[in-house]
Design a protein around this ligand. Structure first.
Ligand code: ZN
Length: 170
């Protein structure tokens, strides 16, 4: 395979992975909310909304409501991280999943701390702003990392990723 063709395939793979994560991430997020809600003794259902979906509680848990709000983003970020980082997945997939991990991790903290404290409209405004910011930062880092990989250089992100990994592995 020519080098040029390999680079095109890398970019196509990146976009396919990105689209797949985009399609499944809301479902996973709301599913974790629902499972956590039921484990805490509450109940509810998942409905589709204009921004994706929402887990609507019908019975609130007596304790640990914050965990219900935290669970969607936190568990989604954790599962995506475990699937792509700990297993030796392709670099294209890791770069594509990065915006979702970053976004879900930050969003979970926002959801756990602000959703019950702010009026609905105000919360949605902040959530969207933070969501767009973390996602864009993730896309930028992911795409630059892919670029480094395709150009065969290790300058910034690939280099630091390898350094961190080496430290974790000891
Ligand atoms: Zn949520």
């Amino acid at each position: 395979m020519s080098e040029f063709k390999a680079k095109i395939i890398s970019i196509v793979e990146y976009f396919i992975h990105y689209m797949v994560f985009l399609l499944v991430v809301t479902g996973i997020h709301e599913y974790f909310h629902l499972v956590t809600l039921r484990m805490l003794g509450g109940d509810g259902y998942i409905k589709l909304t204009w921004y994706g979906g929402a887990c609507v509680p019908t019975v609130l848990p007596e304790k640990g409501l914050w965990l219900f709000y935290l669970s969607g983003g936190a568990f989604t970020a954790l599962v995506l991280f475990l699937l792509s980082w700990l297993f030796e997945n392709e670099i294209e997939e890791r770069c594509a999943v990065l915006p979702f991990i970053l976004n879900q991790a930050v969003y979970s903290i926002l959801e756990a701390t602000l959703i019950t404290r702010l009026p609905r409209g105000e919360y949605l405004k902040i959530a969207m702003l933070v969501g767009a910011m973390t996602h864009s930062i993730g896309i930028l880092i992911g795409f630059l990392t892919l670029l480094e990989y395709m150009l065969g250089t290790e300058v910034l992100f690939l280099k630091s990723a390898r350094t961190i990994k080496r430290k974790i592995r000891g």
